[in-house]
Design a protein around this ligand. Structure first.
Ligand code: NAD
Ligand code: GLY
Length: 349
């Protein structure tokens, strides 16, 4: 068992081990005094893993209830959130009880926001079951729901009391969803860890499983360090947005229909690398992403993407903050006006 400790608003453990799911009850028992736990999950994860989780929780002495919603981003909305509140009320959950998110980032974000707000806050536990959720969304306490006007517009910082990460659950992920998570994993190598980048570059989607537990722990540790330095996202945490300024623009340009988030970020990283990295480093990044079945370019002129950068969430007034890596392992935050950023990206500055 590997335990990574996060020192944020409160200190909590992230446990990582293959097979952890079937023993989750005893680890959760060590981290909450709750008598009852509400397991919130989606319909796909429910079928795969919720029986094992509920049975382990019951063995550890918890009263368990289960709330299931349809999988997908469309469920990360106010309607599902209100349904969760009604469910918690109907099942008589109290402030000393706990909510467990079992699933990907959608479940984690929604269940976390419910835990932050129901009765002004309950204990929250994450059991992430996608690669993205294990290396990114379950770490660091960001929770949110989407509005019609945009993603993650209503949310809260809510650190969990513990996170249980079982890499075995990733074996049932559809390959495209696994690839999406690999986009974020490669990002960690680029922003903070050249050795991680080399390890990823030496593997492919087809053989990464032999070192996946190690890779996940490395990514969680990187994210932990970033979150500890800037829990509330006012500075250094922005380096996690490498590839995201143009990634979000690509998603927006295609109305969120053509490129998944991970694919768009992969292209975004490559477009930034072309501006700032050596040709060798850029080629290595592209080859690495391709090994995980991620795209590295988009058939749209830069001039048509740039207007979509102006609506990036990391914008402060007329200034855009974007992340640059000149070589794998080193990232810096730069600031420019939207106009200057556009001129720089188009090669006129
Ligand atoms: P997701 O939760 O929609 O999961 C993707 C799909 O995989 C779903 O259909 C789900 O049912 C299925 N699935 C989950 N686990 C499975 C398993 N083990 N086997 C088979 N299928 C499984 O998507 P995601 O990529 O995990 O998360 C994306 C969400 O995370 C977005 O809403 C994004 O905004 C959010 N996010 C949050 C943070 C944060 O810091 N809070 C960070 C990054 C992303
Ligand atoms: N996924 C970005 C963050 O947690 O800040």
């Amino acid at each position: 068992m590997k335990t990574i400790t996060v020192h944020a608003s409160h200190t909590y453990p992230i446990y990582v081990q293959n097979g952890l799911l079937s023993d989750c009850g005893s680890y959760i028992r060590q981290n909450t005094k709750a008598a009852s736990v509400a397991v919130i999950t989606d319909d796909i994860v429910q079928k795969l893993y919720s029986d094992a989780v509920l049975s382990s929780l019951q063995k550890a002495g918890f009263r368990t209830e289960r709330f299931v919603f349809p999988n997908g981003e469309a469920s990360k909305c106010a309607k599902t959130l209100l349904d969760v509140y009604d469910f918690l009320c109907e099942k008589q959950f109290t402030r000393t009880d706990a909510i467990i998110a079992l699933g990907g980032g959608v479940v984690g974000d929604l269940a976390g926001f419910a835990a932050a707000t129901y009765l002004r806050g309950m204990d929250f536990i994450q059991i992430p079951t996608t690669l993205l959720a294990q290396v990114d969304s379950s770490v660091g306490g960001k929770t949110a729901i989407d509005l019609k006007g945009g993603k993650n517009l209503v949310g809260a910082f809510k650190q969990p009391v513990c996170v249980l990460c079982d890499p075995n659950t990733l074996q049932t992920l559809p390959p495209a969803i696994f690839s999406d998570g690999m986009g974020e994993v490669v990002k960690y190598g680029m922003i903070r860890d050249a050795k991680l980048f080399e390890l990823l570059a030496a593997h492919t989607q087809e053989n990464i499983f032999s070192v996946l537990e190690e890779v996940i722990c490395t990514c969680i540790s990187i994210k932990r360090d970033v979150v500890e330095a800037d829990e509330f996202d006012t500075g250094e945490r922005m380096i996690l947005n490498y590839g995201h300024t143009l990634g979000h623009a690509i998603e927006g340009y295609y109305h969120y229909e053509t490129y998944s988030h991970g694919s768009a970020v992969a292209i975004g990283m490559c477009l930034m690398a072309e501006k700032t990295c050596s040709p060798e480093q850029t080629a290595a990044l592209k080859a690495c992403l391709e090994a995980y079945h991620l795209p590295t370019s988009v058939p749209v002129p830069m001039a048509e993407l740039l207007p979509f950068c102006g609506v990036d969430k990391k914008r402060a007034g007329s200034q855009l903050r974007y992340i640059v890596c000149e070589t794998a392992g080193k990232a810096e935050i730069r600031t420019a006006s939207v106009t200057d950023f556009a001129a720089w990206m188009e090669g006129n500055a």
